[in-house]
Design a protein around this ligand. Sequence first.
Ligand SMILES: Cc1cc2nc3c(=O)[nH]c(=O)nc-3n(C[C@H](O)[C@H](O)[C@H](O)COP(=O)(O)O)c2cc1C
Length: 422
Amino acid sequence: MAQSVLQGRSVLLVIGGGIAAYKSAELVRLIRKAGGDVRVILTRAGSQFVTPLTLASLTGNKVQEDLFSLTDEVEMGHIELSRAADLVVVAPATADLMAKAANGLANDLASTTLLATDKRILMAPAMNVRMWLHPATQRNLARLKQDGVRFVGPDAGEMACGEFGPGRMAEPAAILEAISAALAGSTVIPMPDWQAPAASAGTGPLAGRHVLITAGPTHEPIDPVRYIANRSSGKQGYALAEAARALGARVTLVSGPVTLPDPAGVHVVRVETARQMDEAVEQALPADIAIFAAAVADWRVQDEAGQKLKKDGKAIPPLLLTENPDILARIARHPNRRPALVIGFAAETEKVVDHARAKRLRKGCDIIVANDVSPAGGVMGGDRNIVHVIDGQDVVTLPEMTKTEVAAALMQRFAGLARSGT
Ligand SMILES: Cc1cc2nc3c(=O)[nH]c(=O)nc-3n(C[C@H](O)[C@H](O)[C@H](O)COP(=O)(O)O)c2cc1C
């Protein structure tokens, strides 16, 4: 799929000053292999990590580094450079580049280009976990999203600096996928949501409604480098977000750590732990429909270690668990901001419908969508799903479909219920 979309298309790749710049050389190779042309803008800091010669050899094009280069201005001015491409990709997007772009600074070739372009911008952030989680970076991220910039990653994991958490640049293959998705849509920058009510509110059956969706797993830290996780890929939740958006809703997607690109036109809030997800859901209220598709960890480690636990020949450290907040039950019984329609997902490995029925009553939600996640079915991480929709005493089983088709069928159903005021 990537090949057909990239064939004959041109990507302007801005490489910032982070260690992940070495991965961008691999990204160039992948784009070219898929039939795309790549031009590179290398920032001054970026050139500390990867050489212009490497990038010129890989792209077959001159690497642009200087805003005030007479030769480059004559050959291809910075405005033309910013507009000649079909897509602008920033990888690695450093904290500095994000800050400049969020604030409209234009004091070097990279930032001037980001301000001057009329094309979509896709950023692949990469930075130390503290830098990523800093309120300033998160503010810049929110502002850039509002401006229509798309994001892929960052991933959570062990970092070159020895710390652990979100901030690692998405793998080149995932960035390539996000590039393909961005190119498959319009190449003209979408109007920011606050300027384009028609585009954000849509004209479908969910026009004017706010749909809140959770997706993916949560990661519960044991120590700074280890965590408890589950096999959820986030695919079903992301597909639901796209389906809700397609029906005209304003969509907030609260996502645990996954490798999927942000769905177009959806406000994505990335979190790691159940407690962060709970907080992000609360922040996103009020909503008309809330769909809890995330596989939230039931438990977390009671005493997270501040330093990496050591195998020092003494007793094996016991892991004492404590209960995480029950986000679905809390929202379903919210004292003043309960969404009109609250939907939970149940991942079961046995007695799927019976357990899901009991869960619906226990949690106080309106509908439970149950799926069988036994390893044999390949639902977790796979692309297909069989779901049972449990609504009061009724159980409707949908035929096996792709997760995208399941999402479309479910959202049609939920939109109908929301309209009838159920
Ligand atoms: C060894 C080293 C690694 C760095 N890695 C990162 C990084 O991964 N992400 C980041 O945002 N900044 C990183 N920095 C800091 C940036 O290089 C610095 O903020 C720079 O001004 C960014 O320039 P840019 O706007 O051209 O990307 C690193 C600095 C050093 C010395």
